[in-house]
Design a protein around this ligand. Structure first.
Ligand SMILES: *Cc1c(COP(=O)(O)O)cnc(C)c1O
Length: 228
């Protein structure tokens, strides 16, 4: 199937999931995850109306961004090394993967250089998986409070990469948990913090994520094909 046909099918599934959940389809955005895929395929998706892309690797992202002529928005969704943050100011609209204070501090420092404010999400490790990035639930409030105190950061919500489980229904409790945590953080009324965004759901489970309140779904292989 073509990228255009894939996008159309995904948008239909997204709309259907919104309908089932009684949500407004305009409240859910599709982040097309283009890691490892060439710029030509990003242009193809852009030509089909997709204007938001997610990238994981700083150098690859910088190179491809240069090559893309269409006006698109970029989100950084991958594990982020502190020493690479300096390449991102002015180039990404949202960083999904802030999971530690040292990283938040460096983003604050680098965005100050361009006299701007960075929008970020806090990434949770819900499955307590040692192989995955993300802060643990018990650390969440402290991290949010400390990051929110940094003048060049605006915390916009939470992100999670739950365990991969064949049956998307089995992932539902993780999505529900992320939504509950966002509600709990919101209730703290911390200045500079809004829980407007919930980044959760990938190719095989984005419909369940939308039913549980996702506002950003990160879909790669269902759009661009399997990564090799
Ligand atoms: C690769 C990636 C995705 C997309 O995964 P697919 O299964 O290809 O849809 C989503 N989120 C993150 C953080 C990723 O690294």
């Amino acid at each position: 199937m073509s990228i255009q046909a894939n996008l159309q099918q995904i948008r239909e599934c997204m709309n259907a999931a919104c309908h089932r959940a009684g949500r407004n389809p305009a409240a859910v955005r599709l982040v097309a995850v283009s890691k490892t895929k060439p710029a030509a395929l990003i242009e193809e998706a852009a030509a089909a109306g997709q204007n938001l892309f997610g990238e994981n690797y700083v150098q690859e992202f910088i190179d491809k961004r240069e090559a893309i002529k269409s006006p698109v928005e970029w989100h950084f969704i991958g594990a982020l090394q502190t020493n690479k943050v300096k390449y991102l100011p002015g180039k990404v609209q949202l960083i999904h993967s802030v999971d530690r204070l040292s990283l938040a501090r460096e983003i604050d420092r680098q965005w100050a250089r361009i006299d701007a404010v960075a929008d970020i999400l806090i990434q949770l490790n819900l499955g307590m998986e040692t192989t995955k990035a993300g802060t643990e639930e018990a650390e969440l409030e402290a991290l949010v409070r400390a990051a929110a105190a940094l003048p060049r950061l605006r915390i916009r919500g939470l992100m999670a990469l739950p365990p991969y489980l064949d049956d998307p229904e089995e992932v539902r409790p993780y999505f529900r948990r992320l939504s509950e945590l966002a509600t709990a953080v919101d209730a703290l009324r911390i200045p500079g913090v809004t829980m407007a965004e919930l980044s959760m759901g990938m190719s095989h489970d984005f419909e369940v994520a939308i039913e549980e309140g996702a506002t950003l779904v990160r879909v790669g292989s269902a759009i661009f094909g399997e990564r090799t």
